[in-house]
Design a protein around this ligand. Structure first.
Ligand SMILES: [Zn+2]
Length: 477
């Protein structure tokens, strides 16, 4: 019969091991129920023998009382920001700069996914998780140890016999897309504003004072680099990633090494689409020179390290709010619904209007005024509304009814035979005339200078022009 102390230690070892298999190897060997049974046994044992509780016991993840406020942690090595690139040319330029500073040397790059979360630092002293902090301004961050401990994939002690005196892992705390949707549904049900993206929800969760609340958020972690390390020699980024994983920290599996810029670009381009299949959001890649000695010699500019760069994919989709639906009348009388949006950054531009195609599409997608909608902009085409987020509804959204009369001239509208479009049947519809004039002026831009949109408005509104021939009579005068 083992002593209670031995049994408690054995349970901790088993729980840590199964956590490791689940979160780091993604190869669980026991069911969640069996895992919970082990945890329950440990909890009962510790309740009966409070002296057996250790700070790194898995029962202590959601241990303490809410904290009063956040202590400030000064980072021993600053957490620097990194430069961004946005296309292949800029990345080639980065590669040229690196090779120029390392003449004649082979260079290997490590490419990792850039997870859309919150950067953090994790300090392990003698192998035990001691302090976790946010990046903050890069020099100082907030002590969020109490909340980080609730992340089940974060080891409270490192999986190694040869414990380094000091080991700082850095990484990204994130939230899955599914978890964000679940939390936003719950928030809107309570009349709270939904989180705009997983980064905001993660940051908001880490800033909770009560770790029990944070535990409900199911935050996750990927470790991706080292900070200050004592009592251990690591020579490259690839080796660092292997060490992090070996020590029991979750490392993103989609990592790759490249000796040539062409192969690297092919890999990065391939992920532009593939990344949407991941259960979490990524907005780019991080490219690092692998060799630590080369990193050291490349050094830093005043702003950022010279040996690392981010590659950002174009944000082609974004969530925003649908403020209203305006029905416009085109030159042939076709009524088109246009979405007025809360302005949002999309593929390098600010988008405030988007196409909704036609009445059937609005009904089919159940898009309501006030909805949170997903907007897409591909290349140069007009942005359009892909779908609404029913989970984000508050109950104040209004269904949209297509008008039965022309919103401009009041004439009845008719549905095209077998078509999806409604058309204004008004013979003297000013909206149609304006659109015809604009179209005409645009096509003959060289001949009718100065006939801009505002001029067309004025001419039609003051009845000076009732048809295109009127325009010629006017210019003759
Ligand atoms: Zn009309």
């Amino acid at each position: 019969m083992p002593s209670s102390a031995q049994r408690a230690e054995e349970l901790r070892r088993q729980i840590d091991h199964h956590n490791y298999l689940y979160y780091v190897e993604a190869k669980p060997e026991i069911s969640d129920r069996e895992f919970d049974r082990l945890l329950k046994e440990l909890q009962d044992l510790e309740a009966a023998h409070p002296d057996l509780v250790t700070p790194d016991s898995p029962t202590q993840r959601v241990g303490g009382q809410p904290i009063e406020g956040f202590a400030i942690v000064k980072h021993r090595v600053p957490m620097l920001s990194i430069d961004n690139t946005y296309n292949a040319d800029e990345l080639r330029e980065f590669d040229r700069r690196v090779r120029k500073l390392l003449p004649g040397e082979p260079v290997t790059y490590v490419v990792e996914l850039k997870i859309d979360g919150v950067a953090i630092s994790l300090i392990y002293e003698e192998g035990r998780f001691a302090v976790g902090a946010t990046r903050g301004d890069g020099e100082r961050g907030d002590d969020v140890t109490h909340n980080l401990k609730t992340i089940r994939g974060l080891p409270l002690r490192l999986r190694t016999k040869k414990l380094p005196r000091l080991f700082e892992a850095r990484g990204e705390v994130y939230m899955t897309t599914q978890e964000l949707a679940r939390i936003n549904r719950a928030r809107t049900a309570k009349g709270l504003e939904p989180f705009a993206n997983p980064r905001n929800s993660t940051a908001g969760s880490l800033k909770l004072l009560d770790p029990r609340q944070c535990a409900q958020r199911n935050l996750q972690l990927f470790a991706y680099s080292l900070g200050v390390v004592e009592g251990l020699t690591i020579k490259s980024q690839w080796e660092a990633l292997e060490h992090l994983k070996e020590y029991g920290l979750p490392v993103n599996p989609h990592i790759a090494k490249f000796d040539s810029i062409d192969a690297m670009l092919e890999h990065i381009t391939g992920w532009a689409e593939r990344r949407h299949e991941l259960p979490y959001e990524t907005d780019g890649m991080v490219i690092k020179v692998n060799d630590f000695d080369q990193q050291r010699r490349l050094g830093y500019t005043s702003k950022a390290p010279r040996w690392v760069v981010a590659y950002k994919y174009e944000a082609e989709q974004a969530l925003t709010r649908l403020l209203k639906i305006e029905v416009q009348v085109g030159k042939t009388g076709i009524l088109t619904p246009v979405a007025h949006l809360e302005p949002v950054k999309l593929a390098g531009t600010t988008v405030a209007r988007a196409s909704l195609h036609n009445a059937d599409e609005i009904a089919r997608k159940d898009i309501r005024i006030g909805d949170t909608v997903l907007v897409e902009k591909a290349g140069e085409i007009i942005p359009y509304v892909i779908r609404s987020e029913p989970g984000a509804r508050t109950g104040s959204e209004k269904a949209f009814h297509f008008p039965s009369k022309c919103p401009v001239c009041g004439a009845p509208v008719e549905r095209e035979e077998g078509g999806a479009y409604f058309r204004c049947m008004g013979p003297a519809c000013p909206a149609q005339l304006k659109e015809r004039l604009r179209f005409f002026a645009h096509r003959n831009a060289m001949d009718i200078e100065g006939l801009g949109s505002a001029m067309v408005e004025q001419l039609v509104d003051t009845s000076l022009v009732k048809s295109i021939p009127d325009l010629y009579r006017m210019t003759l005068d």
